[in-house]
Design a protein around this ligand. Structure first.
Ligand code: AMP
Length: 282
């Protein structure tokens, strides 16, 4: 795997790949890689001739009191996981490679980015959309792979790519989970033993909502209340949101005729965790 630490090195690699006629697939990450990330690389390997990942802890998507400083950085281990996954190149930009002196343009997606995590984390999706747009322009991939674990993020990026006519395909892939259902996340490293046990309640809450929906419940408030009760019973009380929403627009629904997605953001110990599930009728 080639390590690319400057824009110039990246540009050379991309040029070579295209000159050789390769289809380039891209997986942007913030590192502290786990099996969820690796599943994206594996799928990219199946669909593309050349796979490139990036690791960049993007300062502009963190709020002033968020975890930018303490976000886990495990580069050596990440490199060996990516080697094993057959990744061809890894872009490791410094902050100045992404935001050179004088940078002042931001990408702001509309309504999709305003509610839920957009409301709880002001500026977050602007930071995400901006860094992903810059990375797409630098890497120029044909396909980019994202996890549906970050469901709102996936919709925001897909919207941006459509709206700005960016010439690539965006693929969303299923959430990889621990044995007890907890969605894998770099932030799970923040969980102590007690919090780790509590965290499994997010998955159980989604599961309860699924059971209720399958049994015929279509009232979003009832689905949300059931999920919320599972969290509070487990001792999770700092809940940013539990929301049953339209799966395409994330708009609230009066009645869940169309299969809703239920989304949760909650604090467990010192970690803010998110998860979601699209509800289906069996
Ligand atoms: P991050 O490093 O957290 O920015 O995530 C990089 C990519 O990995 C994003 O597209 C995430 O949605 C995806 N991802 C994170 N956790 C998981 C997971 N448990 N399963 C699948 N994809 C994931």
């Amino acid at each position: 795997m080639e390590l690319l630490t400057t824009r110039q090195a990246l540009d050379q690699w991309v040029e070579d790949a295209y000159r050789a006629g390769h289809r380039v697939g891209f997986v942007p990450t913030m590192g502290a890689l786990h099996a969820g990330h690796i599943s994206l690389f594996q799928t990219a390997r199946q669909g593309c001739d050349r796979v490139i990942g990036s690791i960049f802890v993007n300062p502009t998507q963190f709020g002033p009191n968020e975890d930018f400083q303490r976000y886990p950085r495990t580069l050596e281990q990440d490199q060996s996981l990516l080697e094993q996954a057959g990744c061809h190149a890894l872009f490791l930009p410094a902050v100045v490679d992404i935001y050179p002196e004088g940078h002042q343009t931001r990408v702001q997606v509309g309504a999709l980015a305003e509610d839920l995590c957009g409301r709880c984390r002001p500026g977050h999706f602007q930071g995400v959309a901006t860094v992903v747009a810059i990375l797409f322009n630098l890497v120029r991939p044909r396909v980019a792979y994202f996890g549906l674990k970050d469901y709102q993020q996936f919709l925001v990026i897909r919207r941006m790519v459509d709206d700005l006519a960016m010439p690539l395909k965006v693929v969303g892939l299923p959430t990889v989970r621990e044995a007890d259902g907890l969605a894998m996340s770099s932030r799970n490293r923040y969980l102590d033993e007690h919090a780790r046990a509590q965290a499994a309640a997010l998955f159980r809450a989604l599961k309860r909502a699924q059971e209720l929906y399958a049994a015929g419940e279509e009232d979003p408030a009832a689905l949300e209340a059931t999920a919320r009760a599972v969290l509070t019973t487990a001792g999770i009380t700092r809940i940013d949101y539990v929301a049953a929403r339209d799966p395409e627009t994330l708009a609230p629904m009066v009645q869940c005729k169309k299969n809703p997605v239920i989304l949760i953001a909650a604090w467990v110990g010192s970690a803010r965790l998110i998860d979601n599930r699209q509800l289906i009728r069996n």
